[in-house]
Structures are given as structure tokens and as C-alpha cells.
Design a binder for this molecule. Structure first.
Ligand code: BG6
Length: 488
């Protein structure tokens, strides 16, 4: 729809930026915080780039006032951050830790002081280890009640101040890396049966938390954030087009359909039944999923890249191969599922140093697909470029590549809005530099450079990058400068 004339971003549009507790806070043993699955996992040799941990991370635990003051200086309208479950419940359940409650209360108050809307992610991958030791964490349905109890504690403590809630960050990613590729805790490999059952437990936890929020009188907006990698068929060869269809059912709609409709996609479920991997879903579960689907207010989208689908023969590539966690371009392998699809590189797109395709149109595609399939408002809860940044001797960071990346994505988002998508917020990943789970500290995403390397001991001082000033200007003009570029 190229003739669309874009005019402006909607009234009250939330220009934001995002983070996650484990990736920024540090203070891993402070003020009564319990040990998490990640605190343990990073200590297994070979699991993270140069054995990096979030023990100190970028020390947001002690520097949150400085960081939020920088957000205010930038003009941010919303800040998306996650709560560490183990700070609130060190054992995952039982006694609440008042110091944990206080820490996030301080963050929320600090945001509100500057007119920044806090957007809270309840779960961004760090799970109290005590629950893993007790019953295997997400593998047991016992966790559903513990998660809901934890979520209710947050609703009760912060519900009068927080109007945006994200139940889960990228359920599809933490379960895939946790139970299929062994790259995240609990480090299981190719355990497909457990993978689908774990996912069902997460869906139930999400659904029951959404319903609990409403039962408690919550009138804010609530939903989940999905890591959406939209797909394009390689060409019009029917097998390739069908491989795209299968990919979407298994990799995208499997999650989004449950959030939005409260049911699993049929063809994917049939396939998994035949394979013996389908989760056990009771009639009661179905009712709860449906009831919760009627209560969500948005689809959260974390968008980084798109992919290409091509038919993959039975003796073709598998889902398991080298992932680029070093920044050495070209080191990632083509992966896929035998008999269904594989994801070759897109010859029309450039890639980052970590081999992620750069596709601004893909963001628009996500918004259009969600609008036509689910008719839900959208929160872009993450979008950004991981890159090697260099600080010059006079403490400047010239990250024009990041500005280009964000500008092009925002232009496409603007078009999506003009085409009828209701987009409530756009959060870049990330505000400050932070720990990239598997890629150490060298893969930087922030508007604010943090002086640290993989080894501990640097100053952790903050420096504004060129992109900081650029986004500040975008926010000041409510994106109008972007639209001028599109329309002229
Ligand atoms: C998302 C996560 O997957 O992408 C973030 O929600 C993560 O936590 C981000 O950091 C970027 O991924 P990576 O692997 O480059 O750090």
C-alpha cells in the first residue's frame, strides 16, 4: 500500500525503551535476593560467552536513579523493565522479601516522578532456583500456582501505580533454548515432549495471572510479549509456500493463537499428536485459556528479524547447529525441521555481525499480521540492533548504524499505523548497554554506553551515544521528523 501518506503517531503514543532484571541489575546476592536458575547456569563452563555473568551486570541495582534520570533527560514516555521473582520471593514462594518489594517500588516511583509510565514484565527468564530444586521449575504444573501467587503480589503492591503488565517475555525463546537447544537453563537437548508440556504450563500461568489481575479489579493493560520472527516463502514453488505455512503454525501461531484466541492451531496440534509431542490439555484448561484470551489488551511483540522458509527434505538440516554468539559474521548455520522447513539466508537483506537479518519491513508485516489475524492493539516491547560500539578518546560513541536501524524500523511502524494497526508503544532494546545472555557485554544495544567489558573491574560509567540524542529528538517531535522523510 505504497500510496499511504503518513501523518503522525497517535496521541499519547508511548516512546519507550526496555530492559530485563538479570541483564542490568547485578546485586545478585543483595538484600535477601534468592539464587536463580541463571545465577547457577552461567557458572557451568562453556555456557556463556567468556563465562560472563549478571552478578554485577551494569549495576542498575545501585545506579537506577542515575539511569532513570537519563531516561527523563531523553524524554522517554515509558520504561519497560522486569522484576526478579527471587528478589520478591527468595524461595519462589512463602515469605515475601520486603527489600525486594521496596526496590521495585523505588524504580516505579522514580519513573513516575519524571512522568515515565512504568511497564512491568513479570517474568523475563530468571526463576528462583528453589523452585527448580523443589519440583523441576516449569516442568511441573505446581509452578502455575506459585507464578500466580507471585504475580498477585506484584498486582497488590504496585497495581495502583502500574498500568501496563507483561506476563511473560518471549515464552517461545526461553522454552526453545531451555528444552531444545540446551543454551538456556535447564540446558536440556531435543526434549520435545517436555518442551510442549512446559509451554502449556507457561500458558496456564499466563492465563491464570491475567484472570487474577481482573478479579483483583485491575483496569490496566495486560498481555504477553512474543518474540515474533515473521516468515517469507523462498519463492512461489508450492512446497516452499507450504513450508512457510507450517513454519508459521509451529513457530508463531502456536503461541500467539493461545494468547489471542485461547486455542492451539489445529494442523500443528495434529502434527505434534502424531509425533507424540502434544501437550496434555484438559477441558478446564481450554476454558481458562479462552477466558484469559478475552481479557488481554495487546499483543506484545519483540521484533529483531524475519526469516525465509524453504521446504526441507527428510534428510535435510536439523534445528540444532552453530548459533553465532561471537559476532563473527557468517558463523551461524542454516537450521530447520526435516520434512517441514528450513530457514536459508535472505539474499535481499543485510545482516548484523551476529547474522540476524535486518528487515524493517518485517516489523510492519508483524503489525499487519496481528491486526488482521487477532485484531488486537500492539505493543512493540523490543526492537534494536546489537553491535560492537567503540568509545572514542573524548568519550563519544558514533553509532550511526543504530540510528539507521531504528529510523528505518520506525518508518515502517509509522506506515503500519497509517494502514490501520493500533500500536500503543514502541520500546527499543535497550536503554543502557547490558548483558546479552549468551553474547557477553560486547554485543551492545543501548542508547547509553556502559564502560564495562566481559571481565569485571571497569568503571561502569555511563556515556550518551549519538543515538541517545537522535531518539531524544524523535520523541520531542513525536516522530514527525520520521514522517517527513517518508512523505518526501
Ligand atoms: C530478546 C530478549 O530475545 O532479545 C532480550 O528478550 C535479549 O532479553 C534480546 O537480550 C537480544 O538478544 P541477544 O541474544 O542479542 O542478547
Amino acid at each position: 500500500m505504497e500510496e499511504m501518506k503518513v501523518t503522525k503517531f497517535p496521541e499519547g503514543f508511548l516512546w519507550g525503551s526496555a530492559s530485563a532484571a538479570y541483564q542490568i541489575e547485578g546485586g545478585w546476592r543483595e538484600d535477601g535476593k534468592g539464587i536463580t536458575n541463571w545465577d547457577q547456569f552461567v557458572r557451568i563452563p562453556g555456557k556463556t560467552y567468556k563465562a560472563t555473568t549478571g552478578d554485577v551486570a551494569v549495576d542498575h541495582y545501585h545506579r537506577y536513579k542515575e539511569d532513570i534520570a537519563l531516561m527523563a533527560e531523553m524524554g522517554l514516555k515509558t520504561y519497560r523493565f522486569s522484576v526478579s521473582w527471587a528478589r520478591i520471593y527468595p524461595e519462589g514462594r512463602g515469605e515475601v522479601n520486603p527489600k525486594g518489594i521496596e526496590f521495585y517500588e523505588n524504580i516505579i516511583d522514580e519513573c513516575l516522578k519524571y512522568g515515565i509510565e512504568p511497564m512491568v514484565t513479570i517474568y523475563h527468564w530468571d526463576l528462583p532456583q528453589a523452585l527448580v530444586d523443589l519440583y523441576g521449575g516449569w516442568e511441573s504444573e505446581e509452578i502455575i500456582e506459585d507464578y500466580v501467587n507471585y504475580a498477585k503480589t506484584l498486582f497488590k503492591a504496585y497495581g495502583s501505580k502500574v498500568k501496563y503488565w507483561i506476563t511473560f517475555n518471549e515464552q517461545n525463546i526461553f522454552t526453545s533454548l531451555g528444552w531444545l537447544t540446551a543454551q538456556h537453563p535447564p540446558g536440556k537437548f531435543d526434549d520435545q515432549k517436555t518442551f510442549y508440556q512446559v509451554n502449556h504450563h507457561v500458558f496456564m500461568a499466563h492465563a491464570k495471572a491475567v484472570l487474577a489481575y481482573r478479579e483483583m479489579g485491575g483496569t490496566g493493560k495486560i498481555g504477553a510479549s512474543f518474540a515474533y520472527t515473521p516468515s517469507y516463502a523462498l519463492d512461489c514453488k508450492p512446497e516452499n509456500v507450504m513450508s512457510k505455512h507450517d513454519y508459521d503454525e509451529l513457530k508463531n501461531f502456536w503461541w500467539m493463537d493461545v494468547y489471542a484466541y485461547g486455542r492451539y492451531p489445529k494442523a500443528a496440534m495434529n502434527y505434534l499428536r502424531k509425533k507424540g509431542f502434544a501437550p496434555v490439555v484438559t477441558k478446564d484448561d481450554q476454558k481458562i485459556l479462552k477466558a484469559a484470551a478475552a481479557e488481554i489488551n495487546f499483543m506484545g511483540v519483540n521484533y529483531y528479524q524475519s526469516c525465509v522458509c524453504e521446504y526441507n527434505p527428510m534428510d535435510g538440516v536439523t534445528p540444532y547447529g552453530t548459533m553465532n554468539t561471537t559476532g563473527v559474521k557468517g558463523s551461524a548455520q542454516v537450521l530447520g525441521v526435516p520434512g517441514i522447513y528450513k530457514n536459508p539466508a535472505n539474499p535481499y537483506l543485510m545482516t548484523t555481525d551476529w547474522d540476524w537479518s535486518i528487515d524493517p519491513v518485517g516489523l510492519r508485516y508483524c503489525c499487519r499480521e496481528i491486526t488482521s489475524r487477532y485484531d488486537l492493539p500492539i505493543i512493540i516491547s523490543e526492537n534494536g540492533l546489537g553491535a560492537f560500539d567503540k568509545k572514542t578518546e573524548d568519550h563519544k560513541i558514533h553509532d550511526e548504524y543504530r540510528i539507521d536501524y531504528l529510523r528505518e524500523h520506525l518508518k515502517e511502524l509509522g506506515k503500519a499505523i497509517e494502514e490501520g494497526c493500533e500500536v500503543l508503544a514502541y520500546c527499543t532494546w535497550s536503554f543502557t548497554d547490558l548483558l546479552s545472555w549468551l553474547n557477553g557485554y560486547q554485543k551492545r544495544y543501548g542508547f547509553v554506553y556502559v564502560d564495562r567489558e566481559e571481565e569485571e573491574g571497569a568503571t561502569l560509567d555511563r556515556y550518551k551515544k549519538d543515538s541517545f540524542y537522535w531518539y531524544q529528538d524523535v520523541i520531542k517531535q513525536d516522530g514527525e521528523n520520521l514522517f517527513n522523510i517518508i512523505n518526501n
